[in-house]
Design a protein around this ligand. Structure first.
Ligand code: GAP
Length: 508
């Protein structure tokens, strides 16, 4: 199965099993907006809680905040979003389709990368076991030519982006002969800047309505509450403020399911530190955040760092944690050393001193900030694509099993009476009642036990507990493991400990 087919299967499975639906589905959906169904909402809540626990509960010096989505319009002036939260867009005059100009160029680069991969595959077949990939890509003339081509294009693109040279980006698109994927033509408009923030009106027109924005990131709700929280929580630098919540961006190219959405959720943490110590803390959070991902038991090869060479003017270090999605390695989380840019800018625009008096050094300063920022929906997609597995079983049948990390699975355990009679449903409900205060349980008595196991596999329930006639005699039950399908017989009183151990995070 190629990656495109695999991605289609994940999307279809997500809809069929109540994880993700297109928004307003009965009206044929709304572009790049999605709803989470009965299983999706549990998975999403579990991801959020797993993050909150690691960031807030496990750190004495990190506290939470829940700021409003609407904020004073000047916030977005101070943050730079009004002037600079833009993407360069270009329209094709024949298809009337709009594209992100930089993405057209990046897609072109991806095609050249594909050519390199094909050369590698060919050589691998030719040389067999003796093949040394590193040596091949650093010496083969054709591959070196492709690499040089990529470097030249990237250099022109990033220089044009940095200098806001829109004509330069258009020239690059023309020089590369990039055509519209729909019309196949090169009939392009000029490149223009497009601000990604959604604007709306607050107050009635009669009162003089103000234009306000739906927040494009949760981070600013943290910065504007810095002083409130530092003072009321008597927080001492270094300390952090965490927040999860909705963000909105009018993305020009919204694609790849829930990877790039117009309404999405972020989980962000701003860590305030003494100036001069920020690069140490940046390193700390870079490692700490990767550890969080690995604690879910996902193989390390699925992750990689992408350190930014070109930094935003306010940052002095930045990296992305990339995940291998079905469409390649892409950004899942960003870790940025943002200096004192945000607090200083809000100080300037609000006229309020956003400083910290450090009792250890007897001086006041504007703290520097390390930000960790992960998209909740993107993490959800990472988990969906990691979990989706098709297996052929020994008896020749097939199953689709969602191998979610047990801590994130929508339901932790399914309670299944073997038959719908002989007092088994009553006993099953009695066992379930003991577990529901602590774990999400699902009770199922319809259909054969085999069919019920398949349904639980498809939504990723790590454990199935079967109650049979022997249970009535000695209180033992069968526990079936989702991944190995192995079954063990245990006393029902042991279930709490078995489930607890199953969902405990891996120590990294
Ligand atoms: N406060 C910093 C910030 O917002 P960002 O790189 O623009 O930085 C952080 O976004 C994370 O939010 C990304 O790594 C990604 O996981 C998620 N994200 C950004 N735009 C998104 C979108 N349109 N749809 C879904 N997730 C998005």
């Amino acid at each position: 199965m190629n990656q495109e087919e695999f991605f289609k299967k994940i999307t279809a499975h997500a809809k069929e099993y109540g994880f993700v639906f297109p928004s307003s589905d009965i009206y044929d959906g709304l572009s790049a907006v999605y709803d989470y169904g009965q299983n999706g909402v549990e998975l999403k809540n579990n991801i959020r809680q797993y993050w909150w626990k690691a960031m807030v509960q496990m750190h004495e010096n990190i506290v939470g905040v829940d700021a409003a989505i609407f904020m004073h319009p000047t916030v977005w002036k101070a943050s730079g979003h009004v002037d600079a939260f833009n993407d360069p867009m270009i329209d094709n005059k024949d298809s009337k389709k709009r594209y992100r100009a930089d993405v057209l160029v990046e897609d072109h680069i991806a095609k050249i990368e594909d050519k390199i991969n094909k050369e590698v595959e060919k050589a691998k077949k030719r040389f067999g076991d003796a093949f040394d990939k590193e040596q091949f890509v650093s010496t083969n003339a054709r591959v070196l030519g492709y690499k040089q081509e990529i470097e030249d294009i990237s250099h022109r693109l990033y220089a044009a982006m940095e200098n806001n040279d829109l004509a330069g980006i258009k020239q690059l698109i023309e020089d590369l002969g990039i055509v519209c994927p729909i019309s196949g033509s090169r009939n392009w408009t000029d490149v223009r800047q497009f601000n990604l923030m959604f604007a709306t009106q607050m107050g009635s027109l009669a009162e003089g309505a103000n234009e306000i924005y739906l927040r494009p990131e949760t981070a600013q709700g943290i910065f504007v509450n810095y002083l409130n929280i530092q003072k009321t929580g008597r927080m001492k630098v270094p300390f952090g403020i965490a927040q999860t919540g909705k963000a909105f961006r009018n993305e020009i190219v919204a694609r790849q399911f829930i990877f790039r959405m117009r309404e999405f959720e972020q989980m962000e943490m701003q860590f305030f530190v003494r100036p001069g110590t920020e690069l140490e803390w940046f390193k700390h959070w870079k490692e700490e955040r990767l550890r969080w991902h690995l604690s879910l038991g996902i193989p390390a090869e699925k992750y990689r760092y992408h350190d930014h060479e070109k930094l935003a003017h306010y940052a002095n270090a930045a990296t992305d944690i990339e995940f291998e999605f079905p469409f390649g390695f892409k950004e899942l989380e960003g870790i940025h050393s943002r200096t004192d840019f945000d607090l200083s800018s809000h100080s300037k625009f609000s006229g309020k001193k956003l400083q910290y008096f450090d009792p250890e050094t007897n001086e006041s300063y504007v703290p520097y900030v390390i930000e960790t920022s992960i998209g909740l929906d993107r993490m959800f997609l990472a988990m969906l694509s990691h979990a989706y597995t098709e297996e052929k079983l020994e008896d020749g049948s097939e199953r689709v099993v969602m191998k979610f990390p047990a801590a994130l699975a929508p339901y932790k355990v399914a309670i299944l009476p073997l038959v719908k009679k002989d007092g088994l449903p009553e006993k099953a409900r009695e066992i379930m009642e003991q577990l529901t205060p602590d774990f999400m349980c699902q009770y199922e008595e319809k259909d054969s036990i085999g069919k019920r196991y398949r349904r639980q596999d498809a939504i990723g329930t790590p454990l199935c507990v079967t109650i049979d006639n022997q249970t009535l005699e000695d209180n033992t039950v069968t526990v079936r493991d989702r991944d190995t399908m192995e079954q063990i017989r245990v006393n029902a009183d042991e279930l709490y400990t078995i489930i607890r151990n199953k969902i405990a995070p891996k120590k990294i």
